[in-house]
Design a binder for this molecule. Sequence first.
Ligand code: B12
Ligand code: SF4
Length: 482
Amino acid sequence: MNSEPSILLAYPSCFYYPVWMERVKIKTSQLLLASFLAREFDVTYADFEITIGRPNSVIQIKRYRRQVRQYLEKHPCDILALSCWTSLSYQATMVTAEIFRELYPDKLIVVGGYHPSARPEEFVTPDHVIDYVVCGEGELALREIARNVNKSGRPATTTILPGESIGPNDFVPYNWDLVDSFVKSSFPDGVSNIYLYLSRGCPFRCSFCMESLKDRRWAAYPPDEAVRVIHEAVRRFNAYAVPISDACFGMRRDWRRRFLEELVASRPDFWIVFETRAEYLDPEDIGLLAQLKLEIQFGLESASPEILKLMKKTRVPDKYLNRFETISRLCSEHEILHRANMIFNHPGETRRTLEETFAFIDRQLERRNSYLMWTCHGYMHFPGCDLDRDRDFYSQTYGSKFLKPNWWREDADQYESSMQFIPSADLDGDNVGLWQKLLKAREEPMKDTLAPRAFRFAANKYFLEWQNDYRFEQSKKTLDIH
Ligand code: B12
Ligand code: SF4
């Protein structure tokens, strides 16, 4: 039987984030948190990005304020728990907190997520709107706050708390009932992509990623439970694909092997997507993976030894790149769709490091009937990672310029602003945008390298303009994929 206090766990949306960027329909982190708390308390899940929208102008923000107020008036609670999951939600979090505070001066407001973990001090204001800022995982800290709220009420000042990570025994099943009515009213036809976490933790410490702020121990659902979780979600929401969103999927070999064996045995007829590192797959895994409808994403990020070291992706770049090459070949031999995620313009990038990366890419493009796709993106500066703390080092050593160091507080397109950045003096001036030019020059080889099925998949999912290419029609004749 659930008891007081009542908790409203809400994702407040993001301001000035382009509407064309993908919206995650069910916020998995928030749902997991809600599932944990719902065993003891009365929890309501809300997502203003879906129910109200992403405001992108002063007028839209006014309308957003009005609708949030109406919602909060109708849904009073003892604790408003706001998921400021990324820095994109900073402004929406602050606005929602202010409205709630006006309505309910005595009730508690807690914020958590990646931005509060990165910049907790930004939630401390002179008028003490927010009560607790949780850095790290939210389950244990929120449970503690909720258990004590009747005794201690609001703290005298905004309090920053470390969010201890849960251990393997605290992994709770997803409680889909908590989002049932939300999904029915917002997505009556079901949810095509259900992002799922099966594990937590990552032992690495890449320069641009703030995962290392959390406890780095790796823990997962038992393999059979993980497979059950996937099937349950697909059945319930009529999903077409399950992107497994783990920070470090399948890190433990024995877990991975058992999970893959069980997954294959369960004969899934939906797509599975996951991101991993090449060193976490071996030939036996690939034999199993070949039996699934699958896409693997490798966070390769760069192929310049110097940049890979700066990124702290690896201490031995040659070994890292060789491993990727071997595993990618094996995937192609087994006709497994896979993609390399690349980040260009990491601080310290120069013409020479770009050449190194493109030389590696060119070597891979010499293959025929390949199943390797390249997805390339410019570096986006988000706070909380090592690189954010080392900005002075990059500015002094390479001439990096962080042109919008606090973009999440500004009223401008936040996607664009996060990329307002010069990686080095060498890539300033006439060389701004060089990586895009080098990439464009490879568009045809990137098409030529792919097997028909991989071409068709890439044209449907990543490069929609490729649908006008003669190869798209050709592939249609020979294949029967979506
Ligand atoms: C999976 C993932 C995604 C998936 C999301 C799937 C989903 N269902 O939500 C996808 C691919 C869609 C995605 C998109 C983006 N992502 Co992303 N993503 C991740 C990733 C890999 C995994 C997170 C994870 O393992 N979670 C496991 C769960 C259990 O933990 P959690 O999410 O941290 O949730 C806990 C806490 O945050 C906390 N918490 C959350 N809410 C609340 C609320 C309260 C009140 C409390 C107390 C606690 C609390 O408790 C939760 C449970 O323990 C992380 C980290 C990484 N390694 O790269 C990046 C990461 C979160 N992403 C990031 C970014 C930047 C993005 C994008 C902007 C990328 C882009 N180029 O567009 C978009 C933004 C999407 C959006 N609109 O918000 C950044 C955020 C950095 C920052 N400072 O904000 C991260 C940290 C990577 C990085 N660069 O460091 N991402
Ligand atoms: S980018 Fe991936 S491998 Fe690197 S620290 Fe983040 S989660 Fe770990």
